[in-house]
Design a protein around this ligand. Structure first.
Ligand SMILES: *Cc1c(COP(=O)(O)O)cnc(C)c1O
Length: 462
């Protein structure tokens, strides 16, 4: 057959649709995607015929490609993957993951009507914030609290509601960029509050704050530096001192704590980050933190503090624009309930469990993965090595968490090729490259993901 004959023997879109294959695809997938996949595959085949790289014209020879294409089109863009980076609070990979137990509560609320804003006792309109108020008070010790969409929104809302057109005093050492374009000076200017910088990058004294106080002062703001540290010749003013300074003049102190963890991590040898409860005890009037960093819950911004301030913030029109949705609220309430008993939180909240996991357990997991791969693959060097992981999400930047990794040095393909194959596979596996090796950190790989990882690596190395 010459090229023209081959081209005219290609099946038409209609023939493909009416074939047995076509009927099967139409049963499973939307017609639009089936059509697109058929067209795409036929036109690719036409191109190959013109280039002289194939003489295959049967529908049967194209069916596997069409199936693959239609499946790809019908798969959601946002998909589950395996995090083999060891970074527990990985912002790009979805920060904190939620337990089945927490998702059960979300599912119950999501699939039925609820008392979201309905007071069952009186039979009248209620407030969505009431559902977590008591828990926030019990756990943090604060007078009151509520949650919004995320911590960036929480900070923005507090500044707008309390300091618009007035001054907010911030140390120059705390004018940070958190990532994803959250920069304190920018947030401040958009909120309408006026930034009053004090001190220097490395040192800010109490008298710097004192001198800046005036009738225009609405708030003293302290910001947790989160993702970076200032070391050496440094000084910052503890919250307690700022609180005494503010109290004398009726100026509240707000602390943007960022990570906001709720169990005392120092009992696990982790230092350098104040717990929310400690900051409540030190008298801060308002504290804001994320729901999905060290707290280990859904994306949310939590605001706790003095009742009078919280009520004022809740009444601001912007609060409605950044309000928390009911699914998040269901996840957040269930997460907070795990904290009523601290020991339980460590076991039941995946973020905490992964961060505080015993290195021996991580080693066992790494060894399992390595031995499953070794069974199938002979031409790669596999080792289980000691390493360290990071918390991520701008939390605990200075803390190294001892871990175990599987280091794979492929012999038939490059390490870059291996990384790419894993990243583009299903499920995608995100790993890092170190020298000539691919590194899989077993800290963030779930027990139920071990076989999937081993299969994917084995397939990628073949
Ligand atoms: C992470 C962080 C934020 C932003 O919180 P999101 O929940 O990501 O919006 C703000 N301030 C600090 C100090 C942070 O660490």
């Amino acid at each position: 057959m010459d090229t023209r004959d081959l081209l005219s023997s290609l099946p038409s879109v209609d023939e493909a649709l009416k074939s047995g294959y076509g009927r099967e695809w139409l049963e499973k997938y939307p017609r639009r995607y089936v059509l697109d996949a058929i067209r795409e595959t036929i036109s690719l085949r036409r191109k190959e015929i013109l280039e002289g790289t194939t003489k295959e014209v049967s529908l049967a020879s194209m069916a596997p490609d069409i199936s693959l294409n239609v499946k790809r089109l019908a798969t959601p863009s946002l998909r589950r993957l395996i995090n083999a980076t060891g970074i527990v609070v990985h912002t790009n990979l979805g920060r904190s993951i939620l337990s089945e137990r927490i998702m059960e509560n979300v599912s119950t609320i999501a699939t039925g009507y609820s008392n979201l804003e309905y007071d069952l006792a009186s039979g009248s309109r209620g407030k969505r914030h009431t559902h977590i108020k008591r828990l926030l008070r019990e756990i943090t010790g604060a007078e009151d609290g509520f949650a919004v969409n995320n911590n960036a929104a929480a900070v923005f809302l507090c500044l707008t509601a309390l300091a618009k057109g007035r001054e907010v005093i911030v140390s120059r050492g705390e004018l940070v960029e958190i990532g994803g374009s959250f920069r304190i000076p920018d947030v401040m200017s958009h909120s309408g509050a006026l930034l009053r910088e004090v001190g220097t990058t490395n040192k800010t004294h109490l008298h710097d704050y004192e001198h800046a106080m005036s009738d225009a002062t609405a708030l003293i703001l302290k910001v947790h530096r989160s993702n970076y540290q200032i070391v050496g010749f440094t000084e910052e003013v503890p919250v307690e001192k700022l609180v005494s300074l503010g109290q004398g003049r009726g100026v509240p102190v707000m602390y943007d704590l960022g990570s906001g963890y709720l169990i005392p991590l120092h009992q696990y040898g982790i230092h350098g980050e104040p717990a929310v409860q400690e900051m409540v005890r030190s008298g801060a009037d308002l504290i804001t933190f994320s729901g999905d960093k060290l707290l280990g819950g859904p994306q949310a911004g939590i605001i706790v503090g003095k009742r009078e301030l919280i009520e004022k913030i809740q009444k601001h029109p912007l609060a409605r624009a950044v309000r928390i949705d009911k699914l998040t609220l269901a996840a957040l309430e269930a997460t907070l309930m795990e904290y009523v008993d601290g020991a339980q939180a460590k076991e039941h909240i995946p973020t905490l469990r992964m961060l505080l996991e015993d290195p021996g357990t991580i080693k066992t997991r790494a060894k399992k993965i390595a031995s499953l791969i070794k069974r199938e693959i002979k031409d790669a060097v596999l080792q289980v090595l000691e390493d360290s992981s990071q918390a991520g999400g701008g939390s605990l930047p200075e803390v190294e968490f001892p871990t175990y990794v599987v280091a794979i040095r492929p012999e038939n393909i490059s390490v870059n090729e291996l990384e790419e194959r894993l990243r583009k596979g299903e499920p995608a596996i995100i790993a890092r490259i170190q020298g000539n090796s691919l590194i899989l950190d077993a800290r963030t790989i779930g027990d139920q993901e071990i076989t999937a990882v081993a299969h994917a690596v084995t397939a990628a190395l073949r």
